[in-house]
Design a protein around this ligand. Structure first.
Ligand code: NAD
Length: 497
């Protein structure tokens, strides 16, 4: 076992870490900090400056097999542990995560780019799943069935499903891990997690804290490196009984196919294309605030981001004027600077995608009211942008944008806007702004989305079932439903006089 500390020539901002051991560059397998046998690493760069932050172990299928071996060995005792003992360990992990909030947030901002305040918010959000599931694990009750057979006693229990594979994206590198891991661990499962290679440091820092909390060796493994090889192994190995994935619909489909031969339970949190529908009876100020938050949080790099904004004609022009004014005041820059609201995008591909979507929308008749190009802060920064009169067949109205570009269109009729809002393969979240109570219920029922937010944006949290329908995913995370996904029902029928 070898401990690894940040090298001094790394990013200056790492000097702000209160505890340098939070910056881990080796993978965590069977309780050991593990390097590649030939020392292969990959670089993690700060998207705001392009500066290197760390060099992380570049592992593949062999080390993933080691991690699955370890998780299988550890399963017997972790599954047999009393739920309250697992809860005590998880609770300690929760306390350590909150105590390390500043370091975890700094690491996240350096590797992901999001403003520091958003990173702090994500750490609170990430921790909340650990606390919630520490408790929920104690309440995994099942049923005593009223017998239909004479003399038979029928008991149904919930058992941990086994080893769980976890695959997470770069946009919420901590919360997407704990939302899955805390539920799986509380249920008595052991896990092998693979974080995105853009943001592995947040997951490794959480593993450091999990180790300090006393999560036993082999129960929690983090394998960094070659996504296709690592995740391919997780999909292929029959001992991995569930795969919990958050990422793009495209990769989700690929992994579902790879898991088919071993019949795993699948939890898929995939892409979104949220409509935001603003009715003319809305308060204009609140509608604008909702639109700013629904579109520009996480610099627009959010599966919940409002990708299509439909505004009812009577308030359309006033809304556009007020929205454009607020957008122009959004502060763009490195997330490490106080007050910054829009950080960099994750990579050049993301910036190119915005440019393509904007060009396509303009060619199809849209108008750019503000923004529209790269921002002076650096190659991965983009100006917060407002497009209006965007036609329904524009790329931006059909594909995820994942950046600070808002697309607005007008509507005249409630039924028609519902049809347009539902005309997508995605079904994660929809937003509605209206003061009409009857309409709130009608819209809530008519919108084909896993989640509908009315007159607010922040709706997520540990107690609610988060997830999408259609091509936005399978299953739910958060709430009691999120832990049940990591269990199997066992039916026991016994004859006893
Ligand atoms: P991605 O699909 O490219 O990658 C997600 C994970 O899959 C990463 O860990 C990556 O290493 C791995 N991966 C990538 N290609 C792979 C392959 N060929 N084989 C095996 N593994 C592979 O997604 P991303 O760009 O990291 O994240 C953005 C996407 O995630 C967006 O589509 C967004 O909507 C979605 N997302 C969804 C939710 C949700 O809860 N529904 C939350 C956050 C992000």
């Amino acid at each position: 076992m070898s401990a690894h500390f940040a090298r001094p020539e790394h990013h200056d901002m790492l000097d702000r870490l209160q505890d340098r051991r939070m910056l881990r560059e080796l993978a965590y397998i069977d309780g050991h900090w593990t390097a590649h046998s030939t020392g292969q690493t990959f670089e993690v760069r700060d998207p705001a400056t392009g500066l290197p932050v760390a060099r992380v172990a570049h592992l593949g299928a062999d080390e993933t097999a080691d991690a699955i071996d370890a998780a299988s060995r550890a399963l017997t005792s972790w599954r047999a542990m009393l739920p309250q003992h697992r809860a005590n360990i998880l609770r300690k992990w929760y306390d350590l995560v909150l105590a390390a909030k500043e370091d975890l947030a700094l690491i996240m901002t350096l590797e992901q780019g999001k403003p520091l305040d958003e990173s702090r918010g994500e750490i609170d959000y990430a921790a909340s799943f650990i606390e919630f599931y520490a408790e929920e694990g104690k309440r995994l009750n099942a049923e005593n069935v009223t017998s239909h057979l004479p003399g038979a006693h029928m008991l149904v229990s919930r058992e941990a499903i086994g080893v769980v594979g976890i695959v997470t994206p770069w946009n919420f590198p901590s919360a997407m891990l704990t939302r899955k891991a805390a539920a799986a661990l509380a249920a008595g499962c052991t896990i092998v997690a693979h974080p995105s290679s853009e943001t592995p440091l947040s997951a490794l820092a959480l593993a450091e804290l999990a180790e300090r909390a006393g999560i036993p060796a082999g129960v929690f493994n983090v394998v960094t490196g070659k996504a296709a090889a690592i995740v391919g192994k997780l999909c292929e190995d029959p001992r991995v009984r569930a795969l919990s994935f958050t990422g793009s619909t495209e990769v989700g489909r690929l992994l579902a196919a790879q898991c088919a031969p071993t019949m795993k339970n699948l939890i898929m949190e995939l892409g979104g294309h949220a409509p935001l529908i603003i009715f003319a009876d809305s308060d204009l100020g609140s509608a604008v605030d909702i639109a700013i938050s629904a579109k520009f949080a996480t610099s627009g790099q959010d599966c919940l981001a409002a990708n299509r904004i439909y505004v009812e004609r009577p308030i359309h022009d006033a809304f556009v004027a007020a929205f454009a004014e607020k957008i122009a005041f959004l502060k763009v820059g490195p997330g490490i600077i106080d007050g910054v609201e829009i950080g960099p995008l994750m990579h050049e591909r993301a910036v190119k995608k915005l440019e393509e979507q904007i060009e396509d929308a303009l060619e199809r008749g849209a108008t750019c009211v503000t923004g529209g190009q790269r921002h002076a802060s650096g190659p991965l920064f983009f100006e917060p942008t407002l497009l209006v009169n965007v036609p329904d067949d524009a790329l931006i109205m059909r594909e995820e944008t994942f950046g600070p570009v808002a697309a607005v269109t007008v509507f005249d009729d409630e039924n028609d806007v519902v049809r347009r809002a539902n005309d997508t393969e995605y079904g994660l979240v929809a937003y509605v702004v209206t003061r009409d109570g009857q309409r709130m219920l009608r819209m809530g029922r008519a919108l084909e989305y896993g989640m509908v937010a009315i007159n607010r944006v922040k709706i997520t949290g540990a107690p609610i079932p988060f997830g999408g329908i259609k091509q936005s995913g399978l299953g739910r995370e958060g709430s009691r439903h999120g832990i049940e996904a990591f269990t199997e029902l066992k039916y026991l029928c016994l004859e006893a006089s």
